[in-house]
Design a binder for this molecule. Structure first.
Ligand code: 13P
Length: 255
């Protein structure tokens, strides 16, 4: 049984104080053993504080991005080694904002995935097409290319060590989510691809949907046969809203 995983991607939001306030509230809301795996990904500047609050709880924390090199001349960047110091267990790799705004290509993303796995962390690998690509019927070929390069050389012994996030670029931050049927169609293709690439275990990799997920639509996505969670941006900034989305994952699984 694939345990749903709901991830907060705060992007470039929240001071240390705001992050601590959010987590105190989330810990009030979330039971000791939530049925859903919860991961919070703050800015690098808040990682230490987040780690302090979440240590010993059932909520995990992750990095939004980090360089695969352990150290070096990369002004303004942080390395995977540096974020690991703050106890992260996950890292978002290949987010469309990193691809579009910071020029990350599939090869760099592959190195990040590889370094993340080698360090024993879980990469949350994001894939997704632009609106133009979808309109031209190229959504799957685009996503497949992202997968082929980013996972080149990866050997996956344990499917729980990888999370895949399908985030159509046109649905991110726009308020226009994908149609649940389209999300399911893509998730099913992803699962087939994973099964062919990694064998039976590949089919057990958890696949999230991301892009304008909100408490109001969470259940529609999280109840889909091949969608095992959500990667949430804007609606993850408020703890009550994030928790409602996580509850959607539980409700969506109920017959
Ligand atoms: P929104 O939920 O704000 O659309 O962002 C999605 C996203 O990019 C999560 O990584």
């Amino acid at each position: 049984m694939r345990r749903p995983v709901v991830v907060a991607n705060w992007k470039m939001h929240k001071s240390v104080q705001d992050a601590e306030r959010f987590l105190r509230r989330l810990l009030e809301l979330a039971p000791q053993r939530p049925q859903v795996e919860l991961v919070v990904c703050p800015s690098a500047t808040a990682l230490q504080a987040v780690g302090r609050v979440l240590a010993g709880t059932k909520i995990a924390w992750g990095a939004q991005s980090a360089r695969p090199e352990p150290e070096g001349a990369f002004t303004g960047e942080v390395s995977l080694t540096q974020v690991i110091e703050h106890g992260v267990t996950h890292m978002i790799c290949g987010h469309s904002e990193r691809r579009a705004l910071f020029g990350e290509d599939n090869r760099l993303i592959a190195r990040k995935v590889e370094a993340t796995l080698s360090a024993g962390l879980v990469p949350i690998l994001c894939v997704g097409e632009t609106l133009d690509q979808r309109r031209h019927g190229e959504a799957w070929s685009m996503v497949e290319e992202q997968l082929v390069v980013a996972l080149h050389g990866v050997e996956l012994e344990d499917p729980s060590r990888l999370v895949l996030a399908y985030e159509p670029v046109w649905a991110i931050g726009t308020g226009v989510a994908a149609q649940p049927d389209d999300a399911q169609d893509m998730a099913a293709r992803l699962r087939r691809w994973l099964g062919e690439r990694f064998g039976a275990g590949g089919g057990e990799v958890r696949i999230q949907y991301g892009g304008s997920v909100k408490p109001e639509n969470a259940r529609a996505f999280l109840g889909l046969a091949d969608v095992d969670g959500a990667l949430v941006g804007g609606a993850s900034l408020d703890p009550d809203s994030f928790w409602k989305i996580a509850q959607g994952a539980v409700a969506g699984r109920q017959p």
